[in-house]
Design a protein around this ligand. Structure first.
Ligand code: GLU
Length: 277
């Protein structure tokens, strides 16, 4: 049975891009007699607000999108992410990173640049090269640290991997393009990459539906699945809705919220049609 999901972060109001994404997954699930899940990705407690969560649930209901089973809230499942980190740590695949953004920028400038990935320059490996004693000394001294994946070592352990995107076909996994990503942040004991991968597996998701802006992240998620012994779903990275200027809609740039469209008196059909349905 197909199981897919919509996984918004309650950091602002939902806009038409979110409606599009939710409707892509929901339509697919409902047409095939599958399950559609709602997950609240609220690990970043500095940016997430309960009021946004309540609003997004309300907006989805007004849009006619329903979901199966209880809502999973990531902030309530930190022990699941901790267990995954422990597994990676036991395999020697993560290391503490004490760097600030400034340290990283200074090292990149010193080295005359760094390879670029889809999200910008890759982490130049400063803390990967620290010895065990130095790591212990800094941790004992109370220094804040993130946990990074040693991606080269991880790829060597996992071997060659492939994954399937419903629009672009079979892919050879290339997680190295993201470098040594952060799996647990200094201020939060997990990260988007870790929690999304663990949750999709724990919730039995068979098709990850999300925007194509996250296409490259899936290379890394495929690697994490292999390392953690998780079931492997397929992916549907859909094109993003854009505004009249061809730019992707985003909360940050003040894209019109679903709420304001409903409040302005637009019908469900009109809003769905603006969202491409
Ligand atoms: N929480 C992510 C977002 O709101 C989506 C994650 C995903 O669908 O994998 O952008």
């Amino acid at each position: 049975m197909l199981v897919t999901r919509f996984a918004p972060s309650p950091t602002g109001r939902l806009h038409l891009g979110h409606a599009h994404s939710a409707l892509v997954g929901w339509t697919r699930a409902r047409r095939s007699g599958g399950r559609f899940l709602l997950r609240i990705e609220d690990i970043d407690q500095t940016r997430c607000r309960p009021a946004f969560e309540a609003d997004l649930i309300d907006d989805l209901r007004r849009l006619g999108v329903d979901w199966d089973g209880p809502i999973r809230r990531q902030s309530e499942h930190m022990t699941d992410y901790r267990a995954a980190l422990d597994q990676l740590s036991d395999r020697g695949l993560i290391y503490p990173c004490f760097c600030t953004r400034k340290d990283v920028a200074a090292e990149i400038a010193r080295a005359g640049g760094a390879p670029h990935g889809p999200d910008g320059p890759l982490y130049p490996g400063i803390c990967r090269r620290l010895g065990a004693d130095e790591r212990q000394r800094r941790i004992a001294g109370g220094a804040a640290f993130a946990l990074r994946l040693d991606v080269e070592k991880a790829v060597a352990q996992a071997g060659a991997l492939t994954w399937v995107d419903h629009r672009r076909g079979r892919q050879s996994a290339e997680p190295e393009i993201l470098g040594d990503v952060v799996l647990a942040r200094k201020e939060c004991p997990t990260s988007y990459h870790l929690s999304v991968t663990v949750d999709d597996a724990l919730q039995g998701v068979t098709l990850v539906t999300r925007g194509e802006d996250l296409f490259f992240a899936s290379h890394l998620h495929r690697l994490l699945q292999a390392l953690l012994g998780l079931d492997v779903p397929e992916w549907d990275h859909h094109p993003l809705l854009t505004n009249a200027a061809g730019e992707r809609l985003s909360k940050r740039d003040g894209a019109v919220s679903l709420r304001s469209l409903f409040d302005a008196g637009l019908s469900v059909e009109q809003v769905r049609s603006m969202a491409g349905f």
